[in-house]
Design a protein around this ligand. Sequence first.
Ligand code: ZN
Length: 328
Amino acid sequence: MLLDPAQARDWLTRAAREGFALLAVNADSPAALTDVLEAARQCSAPVMVETSLWQLNGHSFGAGDPFLGLTRYLVQLATLAASDRFQPVPVLFHTDHIKGPVTLPLLQAAIRGLPTGIADTTISPSTLSLDSSTLSEDQNIEHILALCEEAARTRRPVTLEMEAGVDDGVTPLEVTRRLLGTVEARAPGRLALWAPGVGTRHGLGDQSAFSPDAVRRHADLASSIAGRPIGIALHGSSGVPEPALRQAVAAGVTKVNWSSESLLVRSRAAREFYATHTERLEPAHPDWKNTAMDHGVQSFVSQRYVPRLIERIQLLGAAGKATQPAPA
Ligand SMILES: [Zn+2]
């Protein structure tokens, strides 16, 4: 079931208290959504699905219109998550790396509820974040407060992740005091995740600067500023060795974004499918239609991708959590 912002916050608080992390998969196609929910179902885990602006604008969802993309993505995910097969899976949907002039209009519309075209039904993400990489500290604070104000004005719930310098080495604790301190003072209770730089970098490059100690310092400080458990969102987890990821979760990471490696697994599987099915793609072959259909390549990719998702969910300690009582 797709969770609302209040339920999402409860799950993130539980993850912080119990010391596990949600895998947050940057899924860029309807078939990838099915695979993520299937992996979570198989290991009885809560899971996050997230999208960046490039996916909302991408051909599978918005085809150039990020408002349409977000609505279409959410409707697909909500429908899938409400199906009998996936109803027991707690599914959180998160907006990740939204940037540029569309940031506030898009996220404010998401808080108000996006019109689905089905009767009077609107739909909203579970949790929100925006890309702060080109914003000053003051602009970052203003953007987060603008989202809090929209939620207050429209009496809608919102649960937020705030970030700072996720690709710029380890964020100084002073920055956390300034950013989180200001937001908590002016709009208390809206943040559930803090994403400082902890030495990782987006992409598939060197991750040797990653510091689980920095995770712990930031998680402790953020929770002390807020007066409640605030988990760390880990950006750029691709290529971080498994022992370091385990240490990160033990130190206070509650959300692990997974994008580059996920794309690599899926694209390599698709390449393998086309490379090994050349003959079957000839119209004279009796199986060419089955091979040519989207279902052909996507089921092949799924067989290679779902086990990788399961490994990762287990690594983060989330397996089995969905079968235990939901957080109060
Ligand atoms: Zn990121």
